[in-house]
Design a protein around this ligand. Structure first.
Ligand SMILES: NC(=O)c1ccc[n+]([C@@H]2O[C@H](COP(=O)([O-])OP(=O)(O)OC[C@H]3O[C@@H](n4cnc5c(N)ncnc54)[C@H](OP(=O)(O)O)[C@@H]3O)[C@@H](O)[C@H]2O)c1
Length: 266
C-alpha cells in the first residue's frame, strides 16, 4: 500500500488563506502535518483561515497540529523579510514550502499599463524568488538524503500556452518565469537535498479565476478533455504526491493538473 502523507512535517504556504493555497493547507492539515504556517496580506483572512484549519485538524484526528497565521504583503521586500524573521522565531526548520501567493491582471495591450505588468511580475516572480531565498536555510535544516525538503511553486498551464485572449501579459510571463526558476533550482538544490517542483493548475474556480471562468461561459468545460474544471481534490492529490516521502525521487517537474486542457483547443 502506498500511503501519501506529510506526517510530522512543518509546512509553509503563502496565499494560504483562500483558493488553491487554502486547498493545500487543508490537505496537509488533514494528512498529518505537525505545523502549518499560512500567510497572506489581510490579518482577518489569516485569522479566519487559521480557525478553519484548526477545526479541520481536530476533525481529521490530527490533534497535535499547530496552525500559525502571519500576515505579510510579499510584494514588499521588507515585509517578505519580516515574515521569514517571524517564521524563524516560531520554527527551527521547514520541510515543505508552497510558494502559492499570486495575482493577475488582464487588459488589451493598448490599455495595459507597464505598472500593471510590473506589479504582477513583482508578486508572481520576484516575491517567489525572494521567499525561496529566505526559506532555503530553514529547508536545508530539515533536508535529508532519503526524504528531501520540498519547494512547490504554484505556476499555471498558461505558462505553456500562447492563446492569451484577455491580455494577461505580465501573468503569462510571470508563470513561465517561475516554472523556469523551479527547473533551474531543482538542479542546483538537489545536492542540498531540496526538491523543487511546479504545479501547473488548469482553471479552478477561485476569487482570482472566477471572472475569467464566468466570461468564458461553458467554453472551458466543453473544451476540457475531462469535461470539467479543476476541483479541490485534484490539487490536493498532486500536492501530497509531490510532498510525501514516497515522492522523494520526483524533482524538477512541471506537473499539469488540468484534465488535459493544455492539449486541447481552448
Ligand atoms: N485558480 C486558478 O484557476 C489558477 C490556475 C493556475 C494557477 N493559479 C495560481 O494559483 C495561485 C493561487 O491562486 P488562486 O486562484 O487561489 O487565487 P486567490 O483566490 O486570489 O488567492 C490568492 C491568495 O494569495 C494572497 N495574496 C494576494 N496578493 C498577495 C500579496 N501581495 N502578498 C501575500 N499574499 C497575497 C491572497 O490573500 P490576501 O488577499 O489576503 O493577500 C490569497 O490568499 C496563484 O499563484 C495563481 O496564479 C490559479
Amino acid at each position: 500500500m502506498v500511503d501519501f502523507n506529510v506526517e510530522n512535517k512543518i509546512v509553509l504556504i503563502t496565499g494560504g488563506t483562500r483558493g488553491l493555497g487554502l486547498y493545500c493547507a487543508e490537505a496537509v492539515v488533514e494528512n498529518g502535518a505537525k505545523t502549518v504556517i499560512i500567510s497572506s496580506r489581510k490579518p482577518k483572512a489569516c485569522e479566519d483561515a487559521k480557525a478553519h484549519l484548526e477545526q479541520l485538524a481536530k476533525k481529521a484526528g490530527n490533534n497535535k497540529c499547530e496552525v500559525i497565521a502571519i500576515p505579510a504583503d510579499l510584494s514588499v521586500e521588507e515585509q517578505c523579510e519580516d515574515l521569514f524573521k517571524k517564521i524563524s522565531e516560531k520554527v527551527d526548520k521547514l520541510d515543505i514550502f508552497v510558494a502559492n501567493a499570486g495575482a493577475t491582471w488582464g487588459a488589451p495591450l493598448e490599455d495595459h499599463k507597464v505598472s500593471a505588468v510590473k506589479k504582477v511580475i513583482n508578486l508572481n516572480f520576484v516575491a517567489v524568488y525572494h521567499s525561496i531565498q529566505l526559506a532555503t536555510p530553514l529547508l536545508e535544516r530539515a533536508a535529508t538524503q532519503e526524504d528531501p525538503s520540498r519547494i512547490i511553486i504554484m505556476s499555471s498551464i498558461i505558462s505553456l500556452l500562447h492563446n492569451d485572449s484577455v491580455g494577461t501579459y505580465g501573468y503569462l510571463g510571470s508563470k513561465a518565469a517561475v516554472s523556469h526558476l523551479g527547473r533551474n533550482l531543482a538542479v542546483q538544490f538537489a545536492p542540498r537535498h531540496i526538491n523543487v517542483n511546479s504545479i501547473l493548475p488548469g482553471f479552478f474556480p477561485t476569487k482570482m479565476a472566477n471572472g475569467l471562468i464566468e466570461a468564458a461561459g461553458d467554453m472551458l468545460t466543453e473544451t476540457n478533455p475531462r469535461g470539467r474544471l479543476g476541483e479541490k481534490g485534484d490539487l490536493q492529490a498532486a500536492l501530497l504526491f509531490l510532498c510525501s516521502k514516497q515522492g522523494n525521487y520526483i524533482n524538477g517537474v512541471d506537473l499539469c493538473v488540468d484534465g488535459g486542457a493544455r492539449l486541447a483547443k481552448m
